[in-house]
Design a protein around this ligand. Structure first.
Ligand code: UT7
Length: 316
């Protein structure tokens, strides 16, 4: 059987934080942010909002289920990714399970930071392929603003909040997730991290330059490697949907892969980096814009803290 992305749903907070707003908070400029990152605005939960990662994830999951025509009771598994979970434990996936009424599902979180969705898609496809589940929810539930140091201009300009989810379901063998490669290298654990969840002073820290370099070299490699496994060339790809962190990273990878602009999905300008929610959010927008057609060859690729990275190849 194939494992197809049957429905995608998103929940993005209404509140927008622009570069002009950031100019009033730290020593930065709209010009610097746009040139160095491509980001113009991001959606952020208001400071006093009671909403947490699980609320963003649950709302996105319900939207994805509606789109897929699948009821919460039919869901066999829930995989959630949350860089800033509601609690250290239980898993955000369990909190989402309760909120959406998916009482027949098992639920757990994976920790692969911004690469979480690609890891989750790989796991979900295997659960479906093995016959363990018919429908699996993979959810990026990211309330990143809760762990951003709003006085650190190196990081605070980058991130946004969002929930985005995909229902992955049993489908025809010639469609859906064809192949995945996942990779990790803990030797780089200190270039992007967040310690001590629960400690209000814990913030995301990053060596931006190192993350940038690793992202460009390893993501290009893993895309080429998974294409080679499937016997496809880069020119066979119809769309590359990457984790949206910085438009310069996306452009550098596209250049290495010799992919034209119209085959690379970009929406980081309007959302910033929403960690594991960024790929399903970009897929959702690609679908809304009519850019996803049945049979298309699509690659999803991401890199995140760990460092962890990977790529899924799909037949839409
Ligand atoms: O999901 C993965 C998460 N993280 C990432 O993907 C981040 C990857 N890295 C990046 O996107 C880029 O490295 C950044 C956008 C973070 C930084 O861009 P950069 O071109 O690597 O700039 P830089 O860190 O080398 O900084 C250049 C200058 C520095 O000043 P000096 O030392 O040249 O005087 C910084 O202090 O820009 C300064 N700077 C800023 N200036 C205005 C750093 N942040 C800001 C800022 N506004 N917000």
């Amino acid at each position: 059987m194939g494992a197809i992305l049957r429905g995608i749903g998103v929940h993005v907070p209404e509140n927008i934080l622009t570069n002009a707003d950031l100019e009033r908070m730290v020593e930065t400029s709209d010009e610097w942010i746009k040139t160095r990152t491509g980001i113009q605005e991001r959606h952020i939960l208001p400071k006093d909002s009671p909403l947490k990662a699980s609320d963003l994830g649950a709302s996105a999951a319900l939207a994805a289920l509606k789109k897929a025509g699948v009821t919460p009771e039919q869901v066999g598994g829930i995989i959630a990714c949350a860089v800033v979970p509601d609690k250290q434990f239980p898993a955000t996936a369990c909190l989402i399970q309760e909120k959406i009424g998916a009482k027949n599902a098992f639920a757990f979180d994976i920790t692969a930071a911004c690469a979480g969705f690609v890891y989750g898609v790989n796991l979900a496809a295997q659960m479906i392929d093995s016959g363990q589940c018919e429908h699996v929810l993979v959810i990026g539930a990211e309330a990143l603003s809760r762990a951003v140091d709003w006085t650190d201009r190196n990081t605070c300009i980058l991130f946004g909040d969002a929930g985005a989810a995909a229902v992955i379901s049993k489908g025809p063998a010639d469609r859906g997730v064809m192949r995945s490669i996942l990779r990790s290298d803990g030797a780089h654990a200190d270039i992007l991290f967040l310690d001590n969840v629960g400690n209000e002073k814990a913030n995301m820290r990053m060596d931006g330059k190192q993350v940038f370099k690793l992202a460009v070299s390893e993501v290009s490699k893993v895309v080429l490697d998974v294409l080679a496994l499937e016997g496809w060339k880069t020119s066979d790809l119809d769309l590359l949907v990457m984790h949206q962190a910085n438009v310069r990273i996306l452009n550098a990878i596209a250049e290495k892969l010799e992919l034209p602009e119209d085959k690379v999905m970009v929406n980081v300008n309007r959302y910033g980096n929403t960690s594991s929610a960024s790929i399903p959010l970009a897929l959702y927008e690609a679908e809304q814009a009519g850019r996803l057609k049945p049979g298309m060859r699509i690659a999803l690729a991401a890199v995140g803290g760990g460092m962890s990275w990977g790529c899924n190849l799909l037949r839409w």
